[in-house]
Design a protein. Structure first.
Length: 449
RNA sequence: GCCGCUAUCGUCCAGGGGACUAGGACGCCGCCCUCUCACGGCGGAAACCCGGGUUCGAAUCCCGGUAGCGGUACCA
């Protein structure tokens, strides 16, 4: 069977994480079945769907390595076809014009009962409503949820076009899916109750319906709709937060994919291979940045030094980072963690008086540092093992704990109590720079007793 | 209000009539490794929403309740 799947974002600028997951699932479905993936843009909301916002959505999708085989198809450009389909329904008596307002619908329900769907009378002007049968039911066959039945009696005759002739979403999307030969519609659960309307449109046109699958929604840690209050709600924010597209794809795929629980570290091809639409969970999921960070760390280390250096240089806007990457890679979980950890290598020790006082100030830090300085001055060659031998020698000779020597040195060269391994750090800085920094720290300790 | 969806550790998943003393991962706690922070290793605490029913047997099937969520636009 040849699958045709489509993803249809509403381009409001930010690609919501839930939207990204929907896009990914569509992609995984298509890639896993040799199917075709179509991008359709719901761009008729003029206020939000600016060309800039469309570009941002496209960028975010590209960043996630989600590529499309066809499209984008813009809903706004399909207006002539929508008008034609509308005329067809009007002519066939499947739709009618009505001037009924929301208040009229309300009044109708007050008369007939809250659960009774609105039915209007055909008029010569007004918006176009689809005529919903009075009896029977419209059944949504959902790949994930099974059958959901909507009795036609409680469905309102939906407005499918405004009085000015412009069509509404539930009509347009049904026509576009039909024309594009879409076989699978995978989208958020918030569309489940729209589905009977779309099914009714298709039915009135005498067309077959695609297969539907409605994905559970994504929530923030407080159980509410994911928003910026939760840290990151969009793919763009994740990217700026130093996450890797590989990790984001991996993580959002996990939220509901229903894979066996034995392993959860996957590449995109591995995800496509395992993805089964029918396995997708029905429960809403909570987005947990902790787990994303964990996965990100693993993907980060999987990259290898060369690739990681490249990404880090693009992220920080710096160059010549390779040496720092080699010694810091195992200590970071996101690209954003990198610079605070190693900036001292390039920009000099950071200024942290508390760290200085604690390790070099009052107690015996000065004498240990002085001894370390002397040993390092005589170290040749000045490489990792040479530095290690020198510093460990000081520890032995002074019969103290390693930390009593290493921490003062760390603070002297880095200015902070946390850094990559001290031998690697000192070796990378080189003898001259290291000694200069130690001398500066020693001088500072003398000046402020 | 009405229509609909959902319900297993704090979180994400697994288990879908007996293999459940309910499994894995993140997080948390402890220990080990250790120059800091991490990484890694080992161990621990931690869940079947409630009530009925079906059945020899229910986390699993059915019904009800409750809760959460979604929809209820001449938005998408």
């Amino acid at each position: 069977m040849s699958l045709r799947v489509r993803f249809a974002p509403s381009p409001t600028g930010a690609l919501h994480i839930g939207g990204a997951r929907t896009a990914l699932y569509n992609w995984l479905l298509a890639r896993g079945h040799d199917g075709t993936l179509v991008l359709r843009i719901e761009d008729t909301d003029r206020e939000r769907s600016t060309p800039e916002n469309v570009d941002q959505i496209l960028d975010a999708l590209r960043w996630l390595n989600i590529d499309f085989d066809e499209g984008p198809i813009f809903q706004s450009e399909r207006a002539p076809r929508h008008a034609e389909a509308l005329d067809q329904l009007l002519a066939g008596g499947h739709a009618y014009r009505s001037t009924a307002t929301a208040d009229d619908v309300r009044a109708y329900k007050d008369r007939h009962g809250d659960d009774r769907g609105f039915r209007g009378d055909a008029e010569s002007a007004g918006a176009v409503r689809l005529r919903v049968p009075d009896g029977g039911e419209t059944i949504v066959h959902d790949v994930i949820r099974g059958e959901t039945r909507f009795p036609n009696a409680n469905l309102d005759d939906p407005v499918i076009a405004r009085a000015d002739g412009s069509v509404l979403y539930n009509f347009a999307v049904a026509i576009d899916d039909l024309d594009a030969g879409i076989t699978h519609v995978v989208r958020g659960e918030d569309h489940l109750s729209n589905t009977p309307k779309q099914l009714l449109v298709l039915e009135a046109l005498g067309a077959d319906a695609p297969r539907y699958a409605h994905l559970p929604l994504l929530h923030g840690p407080d159980g509410r709709k994911l928003s910026k209050r939760h840290g990151a709600a969009s793919v763009q924010e994740l990217r700026d937060g130093g996450y890797l597209p590989e990790a984001v794809d991996n993580y959002i795929a996990l939220l509901g994919a229903g894979f066996a629980a034995d392993e959860e570290f996957f590449s995109l091809p591995e995800l496509a291979e395992r993805f089964r639409l029918e396995r997708v969970s029905k429960n809403p999921a909570v987005f947990d940045e902790h787990k994303l960070r964990h996965l990100n760390g693993r993907h980060l280390r999987e990259l290898g030094t060369a690739e990681l250096t490249d990404r880090l240089e693009r992220f920080t806007g710096r160059t010549g980072l390779r040496g720092a990457v080699e010694i810091a890679a195992e200590k970071i979980q996101t690209l954003a963690d990198f610079w605070p950890l190693v900036s001292f290598l390039f920009d000099g020790p950071v200024d942290d008086p508390a760290a200085f006082d604690k390790t070099i100030g009052p107690d015996g830090g000065v004498s240990a540092l002085t001894a370390a300085r002397q040993a390092l001055a005589e170290t040749e060659p000045f490489d990792v093992s040479g530095v290690e031998g020198a510093l460990r020698g000081v520890v032995e000779r002074t019969e103290t704990k390693p930390g009593k020597v290493f921490q003062p040195v760390r603070v002297a060269v880095a200015g902070q109590t946390v850094s990559p391994g001290i031998f690697e750090t000192v070796a990378l800085l080189g003898k001259d720079e290291t000694l200069a920094r130690i001398d500066a720290a020693l001088a500072r300790a003398r000046d402020q007793p």
